[in-house]
Design a protein around this ligand. Sequence first.
Ligand code: HCA
Ligand code: CU
Length: 389
Amino acid sequence: MIKILDSTLREGEQTCGVYFAPENKLKIAQFLDGIGVDIIEAGNPAVDREIALAVTRIANAGLKAKIGAHALCRIEDVQIALDCGVSFLGVFFSVSHKRLQWDYNICLDRAIDKIVEVITYAREQNNSLLIRYTPEDTVRSPIKNVIEAATAAVRAGANIISIADTTGYTTPFQPNRSIYYFVKVIREELAKRELYPQIEVHCHNDRGLALANALDAYRAGANIIDVSVMGLGERAGIVDLAELLINLGDNVEEEKYWELGYLKDLYNLVSECSHIPISPHHPIVGKNAFTHYAGVHVAAIAKDEEIYQSLNPEIFGIKSSMALGIQSGLTAVELALKQIGRSEVAENKGIVAKILQEIKEITKRGSPIDIEKELPEIVDRYNIIAVLK
Ligand code: HCA
Ligand code: CU
């Protein structure tokens, strides 16, 4: 059974400019828990005292999900994380050539010593802790380094190895550069050493492929997939929670384990707290996601919504709707008139045609007619004209 790790509160808060106040973090965590996310990565407590307090609060909130902290590969940082009472710890340390040589300035063996020292320490502090080791930038690191570091990490007590596509480099189109390949190879190499950690994937969206790569990893048998609400994260962000859940649910009937009805409210909350609007055409939660517009579409869905919908909006607690504008046809106007309780006007073909013309003119302004507010005013104008004639 696939597990979901949501990192809205850690990776998501690394979206530049985003700040979640501790009370909002708790609300977001409660929603994520309600949806049925398995692990909530709540922050890196060593970054700021307030983050440590928020992680502690969430860890003590009695949620079903495991609550995780992110930490640099340093004993002091790990201790700060463990002091928050988390049940999951993610430690990251890159073994790419560039990072070893130009950033950390150490050789691979020394890097592995550090990783082993820190993981051993964390394991000694808490035997039931879930420990993840991430060789950051996994997919642009020599595979040999990754295998060596992962092997040592698992032997020291790590339960999970995460394959981080830190820069959104992988693609399903190139076999040796696909996350599918990395999941398979890392799993096989560790199995040869009789090591069977869970495999996690963390896919960034720099090439717009985060979701495609996450599904590619799922196909390869990954156990845990990282996501965030609205795909928030550094640069172009990571995999979007709603988009991943709906695709997994579609494929493998796993949907029943998730309370998808909470998605919309969660997205609205995160959008409000982050001051980042949800794009209108965002799948599922965007305001147009189940709104039908062009004349042919509206006429068809009036008969059967499935003609232009392959997802049932009710699963998400959403109702489909229609918009009125320059693309509309007579059926849309008739339906909208019925919606506002003016069926008698809907029966008058002449007035309906005139109202449609006026709607087309008005919406050249670049936004659809507000059916509840504007349509009654338009109707009243035409009714008066009809009476005067
Ligand atoms: C970061 C980088 C990271 C780490 C992922 C992990 C990445 O922001 O620290 O620790 O599993 O993309 O590699 O998010
Ligand atoms: Cu990341």
